[in-house]
Design a protein around this ligand. Structure first.
Ligand SMILES: *Cc1c(COP(=O)(O)O)cnc(C)c1O
Length: 405
């Protein structure tokens, strides 16, 4: 494949080699296996002496094209694609960790990653120590002789905490750890963790990489050495992505930069308007100067991303009223879609936690998470404004701030 200087061009022009039909757009290789020329061809491919596809659990042209583009965008030597983001996270752990190993992770991680750390990995004697995202000394102090992986999510879901990748890269280097970053919220267009000392970038491609709410997918981007280990684990444990989904995701990457620019533009406008609204207590967006880690975000991200969170003054009850009053926003579990999405973690994804546990991961009762879509920004705002007004109408509890409005 020809290499181009800029990531945007790579995402469009890196294509699996054309067949004799000379398709302009790469065809879909929807096949479970591949034929061999003869017995010797078959023997040598099985022995991995000769490159070939063999079977789609191992390799497929559409999957290879997706990996090639993602590796180019992340500045990684190699990669591996999986059926979901969680399959990518688990395949990475499965490839690197053995019984008795230890992981140090930031506390604010995706819900299912938290389940892996607390319920699945301990079944094999693998323990995890959580550290608050901004306690850099804490990360160092948590490292044990058997620690293998340093794991973080930045920006985190849903708290939008920002972790200094360079600082953690130095800690990983000094302690000989593999430093892995869940880069789902930023996408490789906005942030390339490997440039800041990370060894592994992990994606849920389900979110912005698809960007249109159609398919699940995941990927791990890293050095050849790490990916060889992932490959050895994943080829036989079976988290393979469907060729159809890989084809869809590879097409989606062609427009990633254009979509992300608009997601970011819209999200910045919305976050500023939210900050000025009197039903809103506070707003969190990585590229708002009021974000506690604005400087770090500016250093390691090209732009702030498409996710905005804010606190309603009217708490849990106000959160429900707000969601019910939305007309344009979808109430759905996905994010990173062209369609704007709103969620209220305290009454949904995190409702099983007690308020103190929610507070530990940065979720208060009035927290709303918005995934800002590609609709016209004024239509997005109009919907939000109507719902914000509804959030504090007829509240059963008295709200002092209403007196001032
Ligand atoms: C959604 C998500 C995942 C999991 O991805 P799936 O494709 O749903 O398996 C992992 N990390 C983060 C930050 C996510 O938002």
């Amino acid at each position: 494949m020809t290499q181009f200087k800029n990531a945007e061009t790579q995402a469009i022009r890196l294509q699996y080699e054309r067949t004799e039909n000379k398709e302009h757009s790469v065809p879909l290789y929807l096949t479970s296996s591949y034929v061999f020329d003869d017995a010797e061809d078959m023997r040598s491919q099985f022995a991995e002496e000769k490159e070939g596809h063999v079977y789609s659990r191992y390799a497929n042209p559409n999957v290879e094209e997706l990996i090639g583009k993602l590796a180019a965008l992340e500045g990684a030597e190699s990669g591996w694609a999986t059926a979901t983001g969680m399959a990518a996270v688990f395949s990475f752990f499965g490839a690197i960790l053995k019984s008795g190993d230890h992981v140090v992770s930031s506390r604010s991680v995706f819900g299912s990653t938290h389940k892996l750390f607390t319920e699945i990995l301990p079944k094999w004697g693998i323990e995890t120590t959580y550290v608050d995202f901004d306690n850099y000394e804490g990360f160092e102090n948590a490292i044990l002789p058997n620690t293998k992986i340093l794991y973080v999510e930045t920006p985190s879901n849903p708290a939008l905490d920002i972790i200094d990748l360079e600082k953690l890269g130095e800690i990983a280097e000094a302690n000989n750890l593999i430093f892995a970053v869940d880069n789902c919220f930023a996408t490789p267009y906005l942030q390339q963790p490997l440039k800041f000392g990370a060894h592994v970038s992990i994606h849920s491609a389900t979110k912005y990489i698809d960007g249109q709410g159609r398919t699940l997918g995941g990927a791990i981007l890293a050095s050849h050495e790490i990916i060889e280990k992932v490959k050895a684990f994943a080829r036989h444990s079976g988290p393979a992505i469907s060729p159809f989904n890989a084809w869809t995701l590879s097409k989606s990457l062609e427009t990633l930069h254009v979509r992300m620019d608009r997601h970011c533009d819209n999200a910045l406008v919305i976050s500023k308007r939210l900050e000025a609204h009197n039903a809103v207590d506070s707003v969190k967006y990585p590229f708002l100067p009021s974000h506690p880690h604005y400087e770090i975000a500016k250093k390691q991200m090209k732009s702030g991303g498409g996710i905005v969170t804010f606190q309603l003054k009217s708490g849990l009850e106000g959160g429900r009223k707000f969601l019910n009053a939305l007309k344009l926003f979808s109430l759905t579990a996905n994010l990173g879609d062209v369609r704007s999405i709103a969620t209220h973690p305290a009454s949904t994804t995190h409702s099983k936690l007690i308020p103190e546990q929610r507070a530990d991961v940065g979720i208060s009762d009035g927290l709303v998470r918005l995934s800002i879509g590609l609709e016209h920004v004024d239509d997005i705002w109009e919907d939000l404004e109507t719902a914000l007004d509804a959030s504090h109408a007829n509240l059963s509890v008295s709200n002092e701030y209403l007196v001032n409005t």
